[in-house]
Write a protein that binds this ligand. Structure first.
Ligand code: ZN
Length: 189
């Protein structure tokens, strides 16, 4: 329990200046908190290292946190899981996105669960509160890419799988409806 709260506090400090891309610019920390909470509630995961890694999953990629820092504070296993959830930022964005699809099936079960909860959370955010400057085409492209990553992450935890597939189904249906809605409006003009 103490370690989990220490990780939540550490992540809050590291992400303190960051905001999500939605119009309300929600504090970034809400995202790792939601991912960890989803793993515990929906996935019924109680492995402390996994919940801690979930709280820290974006710290190396998006803040100045180093792997050594995480190892010193939370141990080798947490560090390894977080590294598995970290994109190589020296690569182009397109290449990083391609690699996520290619590498997903080869991740450890722990990293698969976190990445699946991460994608589920991001898709849900796009669905209910899309980034300010994302049009429907960009949302559709994100869903299509995420679906390919998710395909490589399934098979570890049935409840997490179901939640991911559900947000994909609802999201694709909503996007289709929005597109057709816009189409109809355009015809009427
Ligand atoms: Zn994330």
């Amino acid at each position: 329990m103490k370690r989990i709260l220490a990780a939540a506090s550490f992540a809050a400090r590291k992400h303190t200046d960051q905001r999500r891309k939605n119009p309300a610019a929600t504090p970034y920390i809400n995202h790792p908190l939601e991912v960890a909470e989803h793993l515990a509630r929906v996935g019924e995961i109680s492995d402390e290292d996994v919940l801690i890694a979930a709280l820290l999953h974006d710290t190396i990629e998006d803040t100045h946190t180093t792997a050594d820092e995480i190892r010193e504070l939370f141990g080798e296993r947490v560090m390894k899981i977080v590294l598995e959830c970290t994109d190589d930022k020296s690569l182009e964005k397109g290449e990083r996105k391609r690699l996520q699809i290619v590498n997903a099936p080869h991740k450890s079960s722990e990293a698969k669960c976190i990445k699946l909860a991460d994608k589920t959370n991001n898709l849900n955010s796009i669905l209910v509160d899309p980034p300010q400057d994302w049009d429907l085409k960009r949302q559709q492209e994100y869903f299509e890419w995420a679906e390919k990553v998710i395909a490589g992450l399934l098979g570890v935890n049935e409840s997490l799988d179901r939640a991911a597939q559900q947000v994909l189904t609802i999201g694709f249906a909503a996007l289709k409806q929005n597109r057709e809605g816009t189409g109809i409006r355009r015809q009427e003009e």
